[in-house]
Design a protein around this ligand. Structure first.
Ligand SMILES: Nc1nc2c(ncn2[C@@H]2O[C@H](COP(=O)(O)OP(=O)(O)OP(=O)(O)O)[C@@H](O)[C@H]2O)c(=O)[nH]1
Ligand SMILES: [Mg+2]
Length: 221
């Protein structure tokens, strides 16, 4: 009887675990975001910004929410490290792409990399959030400006591809447009913590919904 009740209790209190990767260019603020999430959601405060250096490899963090555990993987964004990102794609349930909204000079590099992330087949159906970081800075682009900047960049890319080499070969450009139109963008300040809870709430809801969709899909086969 004890074992039966114990098993029932374990079943009822079991928490499902989801993996979320945090990617983006070096210096975008990914580790600062992860450490802020740790501070807000765990008993052990994350590192303060002055203790954070460039990430060579990965940092991890786990937070426990009602019925759910989110396991974060913060991956280094330097050019030479970006080619390991794809190894995490197969097993992730959510993607946070961080853009430095203050660094206008690197926006197109950020979009170039973002575009290659969007075209990775392994994460096509995975919830993906674009985060415009450093909103505390007066020079930062707003969420709307960031969205427009990406749309403009994408439009220019399509046009120049039409003139030169083919772009999106084998891929439906309309599908990509749709994905961009429905893209969620949130503004945060990883340093100050503004908007960080909204990001975690978004992930909490979206990873669970997407798991349900996947189950539905299996049932329909
Ligand atoms: N003003 C401001 N600066 C920030 C914010 N978030 C991060 N930074 C600064 O941006 C710089 C880079 O932050 P990191 O968190 O190390 O960036 P990263 O994306 O992890 O970089 P890599 O590990 O090299 O990929 C640091 O100087 C941070 O203090 C923010 O919200 N506002
Ligand atoms: Mg880092």
């Amino acid at each position: 009887m004890y074992h039966l009740l114990k098993g029932l209790h374990e079943h009822l209190t079991r928490k499902e675990e989801f993996s979320v990767i945090i990617i983006g260019l070096d210096g975008a603020g990914k580790t600062t975001l992860l450490e802020k999430i740790k501070t807000l959601y765990t008993d052990t405060p994350g590192l303060s910004p002055d203790k954070i250096g460039p990430t060579v490899g990965q940092n991890t963090g786990k937070i426990v929410l009602p019925s759910t555990i989110l396991q974060f993987w913060d991956l280094g964004g330097q050019r030479g490290i970006r080619n390991i990102w794809h190894r995490y794609y197969d097993d992730c349930h959510g993607v946070v792409y961080v853009i430095d909204a203050e660094d206008r000079e690197r926006l197109s590099e950020g979009w170039e990399v973002f575009d290659s992330v969007l075209s990775a087949p392994q994460i096509l159906g995975v919830p993906l959030l674009l985060v415009a970081n450093k909103q505390d800075s007066p020079n930062s682009l707003s969420v709307e400006e960031i969205r427009h900047d990406y749309e403009d960049w994408h439009q220019r890319k399509i046009e120049s591809a039409r003139r030169n080499v083919r772009y999106g070969e084998g891929e439906d450009v309309a599908t990509r447009r749709e994905r961009i139109a429905s893209l969620d963008v949130m503004g945060i300040s990883a340093i100050e913590g503004t908007g960080v809870r909204a990001v975690v709430d978004w992930l909490f809801i979206r990873v669970q919904n997407s798991r349900r969709e996947a189950h539905k899909g299996v049932g329909n086969v």
